[in-house]
Every structure is written in structure tokens, then in C-alpha cells.
Design a protein around this ligand. Structure first.
Ligand code: SAH
Ligand code: F3S
Length: 488
């Protein structure tokens, strides 16, 4: 697995459980699971593992041993899906096997491509959408009897709140906690609202309990996950859309009178409660949304030392016309206002973003505005993508994907080049500064060094000495590369 920031970058993780919570009777069978795409998928895989372990399955890293093989899939861009089709063919053709095994597709592709998955090339026996994991016992029973099994119903309520995730392939230090599911934003390029359904916020009680259990099990950092964490709102159930929008706005801005505020838990409130679990438990969160990120949230981040001073705030484009066409709900100036708020309330905070280049009808001047906004914002890191049209989205229905592939590639390389310079400059500015690093792993390059991250989410390499994963170490930054800081 390759985690950058809070995102898992297009690499798979083969899961083996490291922490089974409830002793169960084994059914003698093994499950193998690969996760693709975003952190939310990795978090979901841990729910799947929990359900499977509850059914008596053991997890394995050896695909040939498994009687059930799951791929938890991603649909965000076309190349993510192509990769999974190739992997499915490879699994089916595994020459080392001549026994029976079940292949299941979970996650976003299940939702989007159920029919093709079942019919095309007979690669898949079971298709399970992101809200149907509770149905796995039935679906597996059906598949074992030789029939195809599908459940891609999306839920309006389920948040898997009470399912205790089985941590997969974890270092036991950093873990994810999902706080919302789905997304209501309907950005015109994005398939997520279609594959993951309506937004739901999970009961804060279950989130705080999960954080506490993780701390007690040795975890030192939790990342609160949602497609848009800032729109988290819990008031004891029901649909957010049924609430008076004025009341929602007041609650989010912490402006409701005491009595009315009661019963509402906003993202700011939630972070505060998770931060109070233990001062040695670091809190991260992803993804913040420029449309919804309030100053109240930033003040809570400022108030607690253990809430990391790092915001991932996807901008997508630096031009207001393109942003409007993307249905992002903010202009260039409104985005800049949010960056100024971060700089004012959280001076020195780490900042990263997502950028899509070559969106429908994007002109050369509009592309230049993305570059100038990057320069102005001084991002420490960016995830940069070429626009990939997704069937069913508003953009695919209304706007032609009319930017030449060669132009998209050229614009993307200009963006990448600028960001490499910005990242390197940002790292150089850290030389001489002191930082608290949470040690996570051995360094990939040398056994004499450890690797960890500082509060601002930069990777710091330090001499091994006697440090163990999970230790907090105060270091001085003495050198850097474009991608990492070197500490002593
Ligand atoms: N909820 C998050 C991001 C979800 S997807 C947010 O608020 O932005 C992660 C990133 O993938 C997005 O931020 C966007 O930059 C990129 N992305 C989404 N759909 C895309 C598409 N059709 N083509 C290219 N990139 C896309
Ligand atoms: Fe996608 Fe926009 Fe939601 S990028 S996940 S629709 S915030």
C-alpha cells in the first residue's frame, strides 16, 4: 500500500487481519481481499473483513489459499476501472488453481457495472455494492449453490455504525474511521454520488467509541473519513434534506441558541469530542470541502494540539466559469477566502489539494488561472488528474469531453511541474524548524532510519536510534528532498 496524505494512490492492498475482535468458530475457509482507490474503500474493506470473520472465514494474503476472492473496486476514473478488469482476467486464469473459488466485486464498480460484471466473460460470481455488505452471508450462500448473487441497493440510513472493523494490513498505528457515507454534492464530473448514494452521517457516539478502542489497542492516529467531512451533521436520525436549510446553516456555523443547538453534532463538535479521547491520539480528517468548511472547524483544529494542522482542500480548477460548470458551489475568490481563513487561524498549517485538468471546454487562459491559483495558494502537495468522463454524470450528459488528449496531457505536466517546484520550496522552508514526528515504519531505503509524519502531514525520515512505531519524537529538520524532510 502506498498512502500519500490521507489518500491511497492507485495501488492495491492485500489484506490480512491483524486484530480480530470476537473469537468465532472457523468455517475452515479463507478470504483474500484487495482494495483499490480511496481511503473510504480501505475503511469499507475492514467492515467486509469484520462481517466475513464473523461468518467464520479467516483472512489470507495468499490468493491461491482463498475460497473467496474479493476486489473492492474504484470507478473514479476510467483507468481505475480498466485496471480492475485486467486483474479479474488474471485471477480467472490463475493457472496454479484447478479448484472451485468464488470471485466477488465490491464497491463502486459493483454499483456502476453490475450487469457487465455478471455477463462479460464470466469473470465474477458475486457483485456487492457499498451499502450491501450486511447481505454478504446470503449472497455467499447463493453463490456457493452455483447461482449468481447481486446486491447493489443503496441505503439512505446505514452507516455500519456498530460494526467493529477488522483492521487489515495495518501497522497498528494509523487507522481510518468513516464518519459519513455517500455524497450529496453532485459535482458534475463525479461518479461518487451515483456509486455511493446519498450522504449519511454516522452516530457520533459510535465514532468516539471506535476512536477510544483504537487508542487502547495501540493506535496513535485516526483519520476521520468522508467525501465531504464538513457537511457532517447528526441530530438523531432522519434525512438532512428534510431539515430547514436555515437551521442547518446556523447549526454548522455554531450560531444556534444553546437550546436549539442541542441534539446537533456538527463536524466541529465531532472533532472536539474525538480530540478529547486522549491527547496522545492524533486526529486527521479528509476530505474538506471549500463550499462547507466553516471557521468554527478551523478554530477547533487550532484549539487542540492533537488535531493535525493539515487541510486537504480540493480546488479542482482556478477558474470560476469552470468551477461553476463543475457544480462545485464556489468561485475562485471564495476558494481564496477559505485559504486565507486557514492561513489566519492555522498559521503554518500543511495544505494540499486535488486538481482536474482538461475539463470540458477549459480554455488555455482558464488553465493558466489554475496555475496562478496554485502559485498563490502555495500548496504543499497536490493530487493531479486529467479529466476522465464518467457515464451517467451531469458532465457526460451535458458537456462534450472536448479537450484533446494531447492538450490534457500537456496541461497536466505543466501542473505537475509547478507543484513539484512548490513542494520542494515548501520543504526547503522547513529546514531549521522543529517538528513532532509520529514514527510509523522503517524507512523504505534504509533499515537505520525510521519514517513518520509531522502534524502538517509531511513525511520525515529520522535516524532509527531506539525509536519504535507509535513513538512521538521531537526533531529538527536538517535537510529535504522534493518529497520528504530529513530530521535529526
Ligand atoms: N470528495 C472529494 C473527492 C472525491 S474523488 C472532494 O470533495 O473533492 C477524488 C478526486 O478525484 C477529486 O477531488 C477529483 O480531483 C478527482 N476526480 C473525481 N472525478 C474525476 C473525473 N471524472 N476525472 C478526473 N478526476 C476526477
Ligand atoms: Fe465527488 Fe464532489 Fe462529492 S468530487 S465525492 S461529488 S464533493
Amino acid at each position: 500500500m502506498h498512502l500519500e496524505g490521507n489518500k491511497v494512490i492507485d495501488e492495491d492492498r492485500q489484506g490480512e487481519a491483524v486484530m480480530a475482535e470476537v473469537p468465532v468458530i472457523s468455517n475452515g475457509k479463507k478470504m483474500y481481499l484487495e482494495s483499490y482507490g480511496c481511503a473510504m474503500n480501505f475503511s469499507d474493506s475492514e467492515i467486509v473483513a469484520s462481517i466475513m470473520v464473523g461468518m467464520g472465514y479467516e483472512t489470507t494474503k495468499v490468493i491461491e489459499e482463498a475460497s473467496v476472492i474479493f476486489l473492492n473496486t474504484c470507478s473514479i476514473r476510467d483507468n481505475a476501472e480498466l485496471r480492475i478488469w485486467a486483474r479479474l482476467r488474471e485471477i480467472k486464469k490463475n493457472k496454479k488453481r484447478n479448484d472451485e473459488f468464488i470471485v466477488g466485486v465490491l464497491g463502486c464498480m459493483a454499483e456502476r457495472l453490475k450487469d457487465q460484471l455478471m455477463e462479460k466473460e464470466k469473470l465474477v460470481d458475486i457483485v456487492v455494492g457499498p451499502d450491501s455488505y450486511r447481505d454478504l452471508p446470503n449472497l455467499l450462500a447463493t453463490a456457493e449453490s452455483g447461482q449468481k448473487a447481486v446486491n447493489v441497493l443503496l441505503s439512505r440510513e446505514d452507516t455500519y455504525a456498530e460494526i467493529s472493523p477488522v483492521r487489515l494490513g495495518s501497522n497498528g498505528i494509523n487507522g481510518f474511521i468513516s464518519i459519513t457515507r455517500g455524497c450529496d454534492n453532485m459535482c458534475s464530473f463525479c461518479v461518487v454520488p451515483f456509486t455511493r448514494g446519498r450522504e449519511r452521517s454516522r452516530d457520533p457516539e459510535s465514532i468516539v467509541n471506535e476512536a477510544r478502542q483504537m487508542f487502547e489497542a495501540g493506535y496513535r492516529e485516526v483519520t476521520l473519513l468522508g467525501q465531504n467531512v464538513d457537511s457532517y451533521l447528526f441530530w438523531g436520525g432522519g434525512q438532512k434534506k428534510d431539515l430547514d436549510p436555515e437551521v442547518v446553516k446556523l447549526a454548522m456555523d455554531h450560531k444556534l441558541p444553546e437550546a436549539e443547538q442541542k441534539g446537533f453534532t456538527t463536524f466541529a463538535d465531532l472533532m472536539e469530542r474525538v480530540a478529547q479521547v486522549n491527547k496522545d491520539l492524533r486526529i486527521r480528517f479528509s476530505t474538506s470541502n471549500p463550499r462547507d468548511m466553516t471557521d468554527a472547524v478551523l478554530y477547533v483544529i487550532a484549539k487542540y494540539d492533537n488535531i493535525c494542522k493539515y487541510v486537504h482542500l480540493p480546488v479542482q480548477s482556478g477558474n470560476s466559469r469552470v468551477l461553476d460548470k463543475m457544480n462545485r458551489g464556489y468561485t475562485r475568490e471564495q476558494y481564496m477566502d477559505r485559504i486565507e481563513a486557514i492561513r489566519r487561524i492555522l498559521p503554518g498549517a500543511g495544505l494540499s489539494t486535488d486538481i482536474i485538468t482538461g475539463f470540458c471546454s477549459e480554455t488555455e487562459e482558464e488553465h493558466q488561472e489554475t496555475l496562478s491559483l496554485m502559485e498563490w495558494s502555495q500548496f504543499d502537495y497536490a493530487y493531479m488528474f486529467k479529466y476522465s468522463e464518467r457515464p451517467g454524470t451531469l458532465a457526460s450528459r451535458k458537456y462534450p469531453d472536448d479537450i484533446d488528449e494531447a492538450v490534457k496531457s500537456r496541461r497536466l505536466s505543466e501542473i505537475i511541474e509547478l507543484q513539484s517546484r512548490l513542494s520542494h520550496e515548501s520543504n526547503k522552508k522547513d529546514i531549521g524548524k522543529k517538528s513532532i514526528v509520529l514514527v510509523e515504519n522503517f524507512s523504505k531505503r534504509s533499515k537505520d532510519h525510521m519514517s513518520g509524519r509531522n502534524s502538517e502531514n509531511k513525511v520525515v525520515i529520522i535516524p532509527r536510534n531506539n525509536h519504535q512505531p507509535g513513538d512521538y519524537v521531537e526533531v529538527t529538520i536538517v535537510d529535504c528532498t522534493p518529497a520528504t524532510l530529513i530530521g535529526e
